[in-house]
Write a protein that binds this ligand. Sequence first.
Ligand code: PLZ
Length: 446
Amino acid sequence: MTVEMPAQRRLVQTEIPGPKSQALHAERQQHITDGFGITLPVFVEQAGGGIIVDVDGNQLIDLASGIAVTSIGASVPEVTDAIAEQAAKFTHTCFMVTEYEGFVEVCKRLNEMAPGDFAKKSALFTTGAEAIENAVKIARSYTGRPAVVVLDHAYHGRTNMTMAMTAKNVPYKHGFGPFAPEIYRAPTAYPYRYDGTPEQCAEAALAKLKEIVLTQLGADNVAAIIAEPLQGEGGFIVPAPGFLKGVQDFAREHGIVFVADEIQAGFGRTGKMFCSEWEDLEPDLITTAKALAGGMPLSAVTGRAEIMDAAAPGGLGGTYAGNPVACAAAIASMDYIEANDLIGRAGKIEAQVMPRLEALVGADSIVGEARGRGAMLAIEFVKPGTKEPNPEAAKAVSVACHAEGVLTLTCGTHGNVMRLLPPLVIEDELLDDALTVIERAVRDAS
Ligand code: PLZ
């Protein structure tokens, strides 16, 4: 079944949120916990390509993709048909009870696609946080060691262990402790915020990480070092070149499992299937989720077969792990990415967007830096003439974009980064229109 989408263009017919969204939001507030935040209280009627149609008939340009999930669009017939067909056959058996081919096929493809010329195996779960938790379980059972090292500005999820791994207190951790033990934090290589060259930035962060592991923890107590190859929620930080390679080499030298969290940056988003490929990394384990299954909840851990096999049978799993409908969506989604060269498309999006973001940067501008890879791009807001974080500007620009019908997200440990995550299928004209709105909003906020 397909539902016809209106033309791919921005259309603002009411204030945003419009009256119907406002009424529905009031109802939401009565029935839903205040613990869920909201970027833009607009209720969605349909979404596809680069637009979101709301219940008031407005058409927003989607620069969020549901936080990097709907890279292929939110209603691709190839995927929705695969979902419907699988759902008509069966929706669930539990892969720990009886087996189905979709689970095997997704794992097989992940093993083939993931970087590294070694035997690989995979495990499927449901959410990103669950994949991270399982990567830690696997690394611990393989090494027999307790400690886990994560980075400054890291985001790994909202469950107890992943909260401990996430860097930012408000809103992710505050009031939710005590946290899981044996999680230790090392600096990241954040070139914009380092006084020196990117090479020096990478060296300094690596030296500190080594010192923490060798002198504070003892390498033989460390099970895993986990890093996002392009940090997401923490501010779209592209680590200084060489840093992650250095971390990987160091981990290998000491029998520590090196895990790349590709949950946000993976699956074509940055212009490579896996963001790790930009630095020729061959992580021992890779976590994926989000864009893996075209909008359905599915996550995975993929990595060296001998590490993946360390947990005893029954030690890994979950009732819904690798749900068959989600697996069918993942297979259709992988086919769609390949057939439409969406990885190449991510590179074209970067070429279209980056020059315009870079033009906003200046010595006395509120935009201190434009950065990112592929269709994972951002601008960092500062107080003009300084590098002092300017979350008020990020907020003002985002709010202005929302009012004009462009859905943007903010991020960053200081909330001072505006991130752009368009679906990879977005049309050039739509993206140009969104950029014009952003440029105007930045000018007005300056
Ligand atoms: N690892 C790198 O980006 C999810 C959600 C941020 P789940 N990030 C987006 C927010 O505001 O909640 C994410 C991620 C990275 C892990 C996760 C966790 O994935 O599917 O949300 O559990």
